[in-house]
Design a protein around this ligand. Structure first.
Ligand code: NCD
Ligand code: ZN
Ligand code: ZN
Length: 433
């Protein structure tokens, strides 16, 4: 089957300018970029008009929470992947902190089966490092890999014991698998819900110190050096962690890292005095100095990729107040417009820079066959409207979560159509296909 995406704008990375091209798709794969100056012969083919829209490889999000099994009131694989499609994502990697935890081959298979039948986009499951994410006993890495897990992580909590982490890394290395770490030392955090900083001081709250993250980053870089494993740091949020990752990379340690839009855009002092728990996430919003450090680290390559850490919770859970509400905010449906508006439209980044951090770089870091629209690649594509300004309205989200601090923000760069493997899965006009 042939599909033509006609008259779209594609980015020429050499000039940084967009140019009009037609894209031919054959049997779910990219076949040809044709000159936009003349009309191709489209007799007998399906056509999609992309006039005025950017044509990009589908976005890749290597850190998301789909909540199924066990927390279907927050999200399901169906709603989470639909939300991802609406946000322009075509591949997402989901975290194992479900109930039960994804720590057996059967739970990995359950996620893969559900994703295949009910999912709107590609889903790559991570499996837990330790059984039930309790930090006591390693899971069966070989069997989990065999079942389809793409890496190991106890996201949601840090692995507190260094020997446990070293054993995990040694085993993962022997299987050629990465270890992905939520970096948090529990002994330094105990009961705090916001960062140590201006907001905590103003409200007399106990704060989460920056070193609670960086201590694990430093420890794990040493363990990665010792074991040779590919070690990937989750949701980097502090200047201290960045310093350590920079050092690790400079001496050749196999370390990579990710950052979330909120840690590039918001600081603790932006949290409203109403203590709205839609501003509560882990790691917490840090100081403006940390925000600038995260931006620079991404710019210099110390941080490799952008992820959302999409973490839906119900309105009832988020209404429990800053102290008692769970950590986490949704991310799929605001990520690209936020970053495009605040970093590309303002002139700090090129469009090419932003797109790479959300497409080809995650594919490179995790060895995925997607992320580039070169002939032969899967036709995972997003069309993006860069011109129209719209307001973030959580009531229109496809995720079950409404927990975002970005409601009301006026943004550009909204996805208009998402295609996975040559099949249109979502359009602005008609919703989920
Ligand atoms: N990021 C969050 O604030 N919450 C995540 C857990 C996590 O990513 O650590 C969640 O599962 O809700
Ligand atoms: Zn985490
Ligand atoms: Zn997470």
């Amino acid at each position: 089957m042939t599909t033509w995406i006609l008259n779209g704008l594609t980015l020429n990375p050499e000039t940084g300018e967009t140019e009009k091209k037609h894209l031919r798709i054959e049997n779910g794969a990219v076949a040809e970029w044709a000159d936009g100056a003349s009309a191709p012969d489209t007799a007998g083919t399906e056509t999609i008009d992309a006039s005025g829209k950017l044509v990009s490889a589908g976005l890749i999000d290597m850190h998301v929470h789909l909540r199924e099994p066990g927390f279907e009131h927050k999200e399901t694989i169906a709603t989470g992947t639909q939300s991802a499609a609406k946000g322009g994502f075509t591949t997402i990697a989901c975290m194992p902190n479900t109930r039960p935890v994804i720590d057996t081959p059967d739970t990995v298979k359950l996620v893969l089966d559900k994703a295949a039948t009910e999912g709107a986009v590609r889903v790559l499951p991570y499996a837990a490092i330790t059984k039930n994410e309790l930090g006591r006993e390693l899971t069966d890495f070989a069997a989990l890999k065999e079942a389809g897990a793409i890496g190991f992580t106890d996201d949601g909590v840090g692995v507190q014991n260094a020997q446990m982490m070293k054993n995990a890394m040694t085993l993962a290395k022997s299987l050629g698998m990465p270890v992905i770490a939520h970096c948090e030392d529990d002994s330094l955090v105990e009961g705090a819900s916001v960062s140590e900083g201006a907001f905590a001081r103003k409200h007399g709250l106990k704060g989460i110190p920056n070193e609670s993250e960086a201590i694990h980053v430093g420890r794990d870089i040493l363990l990665s050096e010792a074991t040779g494993v590919h070690y990937h740091v989750c949701h980097v949020s502090t200047e201290q962690s960045i310093r350590l990752i920079r050092l690790g990379k400079s001496i050749g340690v196999n370390v990579t890292s990710e950052v979330c839009p909120h840690h590039l855009l918001l600081a603790d002092e932006d949290i409203p005095d109403t203590m709205d728990a839609n501003w509560k996430m882990n790691p917490p919003l840090r100081t403006p100095r940390d925000v600038e450090a995260c931006i620079r680290a991404l710019e210099e390559g110390t941080i490799d990729i952008i992820v959302t850490d999409h973490a839906p919770h119900s309105e009832e859970e988020k209404a429990r107040g800053m102290d008692r509400a769970p950590f986490g905010i949704v991310g799929f449906e605001t990520a690209f417009p936020l970053l495009y508006t605040k970093f590309v439209k303002t002139g700090r980044w090129t469009l090419d820079f932003l797109l790479r951090r959300m497409t080809s770089d995650p594919a490179r870091v995790f060895n995925l066959p997607t992320g580039k629209l070169t002939p032969g690649a899967p036709a995972d594509i997003v069309l993006i409207d860069l011109e129209q300004e719209r307001e973030v309205n959580p009531e229109t989200f496809l995720t079950k979560g409404r927990n975002t601090p970005f409601a009301g923000w006026k943004l550009y760069g909204w996805p208009a159509l998402t295609m996975v493997g040559g099949k249109v899965v979502w359009t602005e006009e008609n919703g989920i296909n």
